[in-house]
Design a protein around this ligand. Structure first.
Ligand code: FES
Ligand code: FES
Length: 200
């Protein structure tokens, strides 16, 4: 039988409304007051491009921009981003058309896996927003907090320099090859179809 003696549980953290602009759109979501920005972005806002790699500030996968400044969302309290402008990798493109940094990562082999690439793109864009003519060592310095466990960084640096040339107006950004294809299943996949002559 359970007696009166028990250890009091720590009370749950109260929820509160978190408000910020994410990728140009205003969001108001309910989240625990001690939330980490990474959790709010992934679990409440739905920007799944923000990746949880190490969850301890060593990989750069979770990088976002807050008012244009790159930050590790796994080490940032959501409250620090309240009322501010947050940019995730989803916010770099112009609708269906890639930003120059995304286009150049694709063309120059800078795109690696889906975990490290979003962080590289955010950090690179933040660099180019402030310096469209970086040296290779400035590029290397900017991305030193973004780790890829699999390959080298040369193609990533080349991709960033190619995007820098577009930002400087020396090279034209490629026009989109075609308009984005419409979603063939806008309301989800069709149900299974039985072969003709058979009851489903
Ligand atoms: S998940 Fe934030 S630095 Fe690795
Ligand atoms: S960690 Fe992404 S390709 Fe290496």
């Amino acid at each position: 039988m359970v007696g009166d003696e028990h250890i009091a549980m720590i009370p749950a953290t109260p929820n509160r409304i978190w408000k910020a602009e994410v990728n140009g759109q205003e969001y108001e979501v309910l989240a625990p007051s001690n939330s980490i920005l990474l959790d709010v972005l992934r679990d409440k806002v739905g920007t799944l491009g923000v990746k949880r790699g190490c969850d301890m500030g060593t990989c750069g996968c979770c990088a976002v921009m807050i008012d244009g400044v790159p930050r590790l969302s796994c080490l940032t309290m959501a409250s620090e981003a309240e009322g501010r402008s947050v940019t995730t990798v989803e916010g770099l493109s112009d609708g269906a058309h890639l930003a120059p940094i995304q286009q150049c990562f694709t063309e120059h082999g800078g795109s690696q896996c889906g975990f490290c690439t979003p962080g590289f793109l955010i950090t690179s864009q933040a660099l180019l927003n402030n310096n469209s003519n970086p040296t290779d060592s400035e590029v290397a310095c900017a991305i030193e907090g973004n780790l890829c466990r699999c390959t080298g960084y040369q193609q990533i640096i080349e991709s960033i320099q190619a995007a820098a040339a577009i930002h400087r107006g020396e090279v034209e950004s490629n026009p989109p090859v075609s308009d984005a294809h419409p979603d063939p299943h806008p309301s989800g996949p069709d149900g299974p179809v039985s072969p003709s002559g058979q009851e489903s």
